[in-house]
Ligand binder design. Structure first.
Ligand SMILES: NC(=O)c1ccc[n+]([C@@H]2O[C@H](COP(=O)([O-])OP(=O)(O)OC[C@H]3O[C@@H](n4cnc5c(N)ncnc54)[C@H](O)[C@@H]3O)[C@@H](O)[C@H]2O)c1
Length: 287
């Protein structure tokens, strides 16, 4: 099976690696040569870790590396592809433009999936005109080779058989699949988790407990690998504010960002990437 992946960034390179590890021919296409180089390096490093920890033999890791190609040529990527997965930046117009280009080159029976985290599948699909029913949301998690879940999302017009094909693909790649039957902002995962983190932020702002204790309570009380506040610092609080503002627009008041969160973002306390968020980072703080 040939899997074309559009965008060789964090997600695209990981999805291509996952397909190659499952025995597929994977071709990752990016507009940036530099990014293709970074994507190839990321795949090599990750496969080396798999071999070192004996989750793959050296031969298996080498064979998987041999099944991934990186290219700037769209036709080389999507021509003859059985599956096309788009993982370009989370910007509606870029995604719609990419899908219009793909449609002209991909086989008419290829499975078409977008890895968007929160854009409307229906709105992206509208760019495909009569082919809109072919597009389905296939949401991998970061990093795709480690995270077991794939969230499949039906757009308003998505054909039921595309959902079945997306499910079968996820299972072939060794993932567990859930289906979000209606295209709705936040799908299942981001919607549920966004409100959980928001409640943690509210508790912090109300002085109910420290950030450390809120995270510890959720880690140990519910077996979460990380607390919602520390994970928020890792993902970036600007990204989170953007996401819940969109969810508030769609689902109402219960997703309204707090004033404290807005202030943190205004003050550039965005989490790890700016050295401070809910926690302070740097050696002097032991983080
Ligand atoms: N990063 C995450 O944790 C995560 C998790 C799940 C889903 N997603 C989603 O996956 C998608 C990609 O995210 P990412 O984190 O990999 O982003 P990224 O910025 O790391 O990668 C995007 C890549 O797309 C390339 N690109 C831009 N225009 C292109 C085009 N026309 N054709 C081909 N490539 C093009 C860029 O050069 C870049 O390398 C987004 O929709 C994002 O919301 C991200």
């Amino acid at each position: 099976m040939k899997v074309a992946v559009l965008g060789a960034g964090i997600m695209g390179s990981g999805i291509a690696q996952l397909a190659a590890m499952a025995g597929d021919e994977a071709v990752a296409r990016d507009v940036s040569e530099e990014q293709l180089g970074r994507g190839a390096q990321a795949v090599e490093r990750s496969l080396a870790r798999f071999a070192k920890s004996q989750r793959l033999t050296t031969e298996e890791a080498e064979a998987a590396r041999g099944r991934v190609r990186f290219t700037t040529d769209l036709d080389e990527a999507v021509g003859g592809a059985d599956v096309v997965i788009e993982a370009v930046p989370e910007v509606l117009e870029i995604k719609r433009e990419v899908w219009r280009e793909v449609l002209a080159l991909a086989p008419p029976d290829a499975l078409l999936g977008t890895n968007t985290s929160q854009l409307s599948i229906t709105t992206i699909a509208a760019a495909l005109g009569d082919d809109a029913p072919r597009l389905v949301g296939i949401h991998f998690f970061n990093p795709p080779v480690m995270m077991k879940l794939v969230e499949v999302i039906a757009g308003l017009q998505t054909r039921p058989e595309e959902i079945d094909r997306a499910r079968a693909l996820g299972e072939r790649l060794g993932r567990e699949v859930v289906v979000c039957r209606k295209d709705s902002p936040g799908f299942i995962t981001s919607r549920a988790y966004a409100i959980l983190r928001l409640e943690c932020i509210r508790m912090l702002e109300e002085g109910i407990a420290t950030a450390e204790d809120i995270d510890k309570a959720l880690r140990l009380g519910f077996n979460f690998p990380m607390g919602p506040l520390e994970l928020g610092d890792m993902n970036g609080l600007d990204t989170y504010l953007h996401a819940i503002s969109g969810l508030a627009e769609a689902h109402g008041e219960r997703f309204r960002p707090t004033v404290g969160l807005r202030n943190m973002v205004a003050a550039n306390r965005l989490g790890r990437k700016t050295g401070a968020g809910f926690y302070e980072y740097g050696e002097e703080n032991g983080r």
